[in-house]
Design a protein around this ligand. Structure first.
Ligand code: FES
Length: 116
C-alpha cells in the first residue's frame, strides 16, 4: 500500500539539533511549532510532522528532511522552519536557499557525506 500522507517533515530532535545552544530554535521547539502550524492549517490528514532521533547531518543542524523528495534543510531557526513548511506545502515559494549545499555536506563529518 501507499502511505496515506502526502508529505513527511522529518524534524531532527537529536542531541546536536536539539542542543540548548540553539535556545528556542532547537529541534524540539521547531517540531512542536510545525506540528501546531500543521494543525492550524487543517492538514493533519495531509502532512505529518515527525520527530526523528538523528538524520546523520549533525554538523549542519537544526535539520529537517522533507519526503517525498529527500530534500535537506539545514541551519534552521523557527522562522526558517515555518518558511520551509509553507514552501513545501505550496503556501509560499519553495525555499531552496535554505537547503543544505552539496559542498557543505561533503566538507562535513557525517556518514551521509561519505555516501556521496
Ligand atoms: S542530531 Fe540532528 S542530524 Fe544528528
Amino acid at each position: 500500500m501507499n502511505y496515506p500522507f502526502e508529505k513527511l517533515f522529518l524534524v531532527c530532535i537529536g542531541d546536536r539539533c536539539n542542543n540548548d545552544s540553539h535556545g528556542k530554535d532547537r529541534g524540539e521547539v521547531i517540531a512542536a511549532e510545525l506540528k501546531d502550524l500543521n494543525k492550524q492549517m487543517g492538514r493533519k490528514g495531509v502532512a505529518r510532522i515527525c520527530r526523528v532521533s538523528c538524520l546523520d547531518l549533525c554538523d549542519h543542524g537544526p535539520n529537517i528532511v522533507v519526503e517525498p523528495g529527500n530534500t535537506v534543510y539545514s541551519h534552521l531557526d523557527r522562522s526558517d522552519a515555518e518558511k520551509v513548511y509553507r514552501g513545501e506545502m505550496g503556501d509560499a515559494p519553495k525555499r531552496t536557499d535554505l537547503e543544505l549545499e552539496e559542498g557543505e555536506l561533503r566538507a562535513g563529518t557525517s556518514a551521509a557525506a561519505r555516501k556521496r
